[in-house]
Design a protein around this ligand. Sequence first.
Ligand SMILES: Nc1ncnc2c1ncn2[C@@H]1O[C@H](COP(=O)(O)OP(=O)(O)OP(=O)(O)O)[C@@H](O)[C@H]1O
Ligand SMILES: [Mg+2]
Length: 489
Amino acid sequence: MIGDMSHFGPIFAVCMFIYAVFRQWFHDQFHGHVEMYGHKLFGYVYPYVQITFHEYHAEFFERSKAYADIERYLSASSSNRAKRLKANVVKDCESVVLSMDDYEEVTDEFNGVKIWWSASKTIPEQRSLFSVRDDEERRFYRLTCHRRHRDFVTNVYLKHVLDEGKAIAVKTRQRKLYTNNKSENWHGYKKTIWSHIVFEHPATFDTLAMDPKKKKDILDDLMTFTKSKDYYKKVGKSWKRGYLLYGPPGTGKSSMIAAMANFLEYDIYDLELASVNDNTDLRKLLIETSSKSIIVIEDIDCSLDLTGQRKEKQEDDKDNKKDPIKEMEKMTKKKGSEVTLSGLLNFIDGLWSACGSERLVVFTTNHIEKLDRALIRRGRMDKHIEMSYCCFETFKVLAKNYLGVETHELFATIGQMLGETDMTPADVAESLMPKSDEEDVEICLKKLIKCLEDAKEVARVKAQEDARVKAEEGNKVGKDGEKEQASDA
Ligand SMILES: Nc1ncnc2c1ncn2[C@@H]1O[C@H](COP(=O)(O)OP(=O)(O)OP(=O)(O)O)[C@@H](O)[C@H]1O
Ligand SMILES: [Mg+2]
């Protein structure tokens, strides 16, 4: 009997399991049905339609463009009607932009149709340990209209709102200078990944002193780039272009970037590689950049330890075994930052670089010879621009900008001296700048001549010293050789 009863144990367990599954399923189905019919019933009583526009979608990293357009449209049209507004001060406190505050509602009317807008946010209760996005407020706009206007609102009104939003963006566009925050500080990365200020650098191609032919060449290149959307599509390339600016300190590399941004009316993303933890973060940064922008990495030779790599490479060349990219990865890992050369290369022209369009990538360096060739090959850095010491043509632009003169009897002397001495445009500009009301054109030009004389003298002494050291070394090598020969004999 006891033996018979023991069969019931497993059977009972199976029955309980089936019941539990059935109950769960039935429960869900029941719930689903109640909810569905509830909504239907509500629909009969409630004659309005609601459309929600979220700032971020779960599956996209980017901020929704529609949300941004609606935000601008509502800021412009609602500031007279909404009672609670958020204020953003722009352009050195010159003006204030008002937008709807959270939980505020406004009514809009378009072609006799009434539309209600509300701004709101949800704060998720569940905080995931691993997700940075889950513990964030999620903002959204909600549009409410009558059921009978549904087609009109979705087909006509919304198009009007988005078009207006875009038009306002063009009208009020302030260019921005972005910099990336340290990866560790990306709490809810979508808002804090890049910080920005309004970009108001005064450098233009008119104020930039360089050989006029070279300048025209760069301007043509930039103009062609901006007009080549279809061409890039035709040849199957993403619409972006890489520039490498190289030359000694103070020759105008940073000024050139500012001039480019002002000429093209682009934003600048100044990327500090040292603050980026790894390649994944680098990719996130890239995704968050907008079109019509210049992504800048200044002093690229200092950002990644390419010098170290080069030294190792020379050693490795002897045994010809190691892969330079892998070695580079090792080098950066040792430093704490896990951004690798291959990650950077992917950032510039890998699959991810195709998101967004109309972008320039600009690297600057004082030491082009230290850069890995893979990094600066054409296709990645399409145009290499050398910013060099001040020549006579460069000086003439500086004299015109700083002193307002196009010719002077001292120009000939200065031209001759510039041919004999290396002086950066930054140093020339400093000498030309009047330091008091008494300093007129002649005094400033004489100041420059004095500086050039001093620089020439310093260069002469240095050359003499170098020659002496070289001669001494030569003598030493000669004597050592004689000694060795004597000892051999
Ligand atoms: N070619 C130039 N035309 C006009 N001004 C220049 C030029 N080069 C330098 N200057 C002046 O010198 C200053 C320094 O120039 P800039 O910062 O552009 O040099 P840089 O090449 O970026 O130097 P670094 O390699 O040290 O970053 C600028 O404020 C600018 O006024
Ligand atoms: Mg610079």
